[in-house]
Design a protein around this ligand. Sequence first.
Ligand code: PBG
Length: 357
Amino acid sequence: MTTPSSKVRSLLRPLEPASKAQTATPPAYGQYPRVRMRRNRADEWTRRLVAENRLSVEDMIWPVFVHEGGKVETVPSMPGVSRLTVAAAVEAVGTAGELGIPAVAIFPVIPVDRKTPTAEEACDPANLCNSAVRAIKKAVPDVGIICDVALDPYTSHGHDGVMEGQRILNDETVEILCRQALAQAEAGVDIVAPSDMMDGRIGRIRDALDAAGRDDVRILSYAAKYASGFYGPFRDAVGSKSNLGQGDKRTYQMDPANGDEALRECALDVAEGADMLMVKPGLPYLDILYRVKQAFALPTFAYQVSGEYAMIKAAAERGWLDGERVMMESLLAFKRAGADGVLTYFAVDAARRLKAG
Ligand code: PBG
């Protein structure tokens, strides 16, 4: 039995209370008129010189939707995003890799007639998600592949877990998630990303992977995932909205009112063996992202979710915002808050923009 080192123990608790960090008074730096803040902003070259954060292509994770149909389909509520065929996804991930994007996240669109109350399809080694992973890994081995571990694409009721009456069953769901993760690992996924918010799933998935000899597969935990209205367009894209109907996910995803609870969720997942943490949604939860990064110092990612993307796209289409400028500004904001990277539907556009300089 090994006890965690003091280094690890210190990572398991907040370095300093966030409230203290937020209210600390800065030391006196001097006063106007001797001090003129605008001096450092006067020229483009000084602004570059003093910039504290920089966005780079290495910060991007690109979510990709894959379906079984023979044609690429646009997603109306996510302009510029499509449901790709497996062949188109292979090509798109190749392009992303050439641009320098380190990793992609694959989201399958499952035909309605394959969805069941207990999500059998999720654990099928030959399902769409796993076939896509195999094809992409074979063609583009150097791009990291992330897959969601959650049942919602596969359940007829659209929930992330299995149900008894109106209740989502935790432990029964975790068993299925372990099988889903194993099938993904077998297909060649590099990172499994449990997004289901069941209790205890990180540890169980870690154990299941290790027992299968897959201690190389990383776990990116959607540790602080909120019950958010910002997921609407994603549910259109994967077709889970009609399955979910009036249902909501408030009995397992977090209450947007809570911040301390996110730290507890993260602490548990870190203790259970998460390699990386995620906060989701992104911009409305930058305070959580900041606190999580400060508290655990783990690789921490933000998910700029579908609704955030749709808002920027819709306003840009109407000419109400400069879409490209707001895209880059929003991504930089994640860096400033402490993100090591961002899952964003803008990844390819932002990578192109960064390359153009
Ligand atoms: C499924 C899942 C969701 C998202 C990622 N994985 C939706 C949900 O929890 O209902 C949302 C991503 C987005 O909105 O872009 N567990």
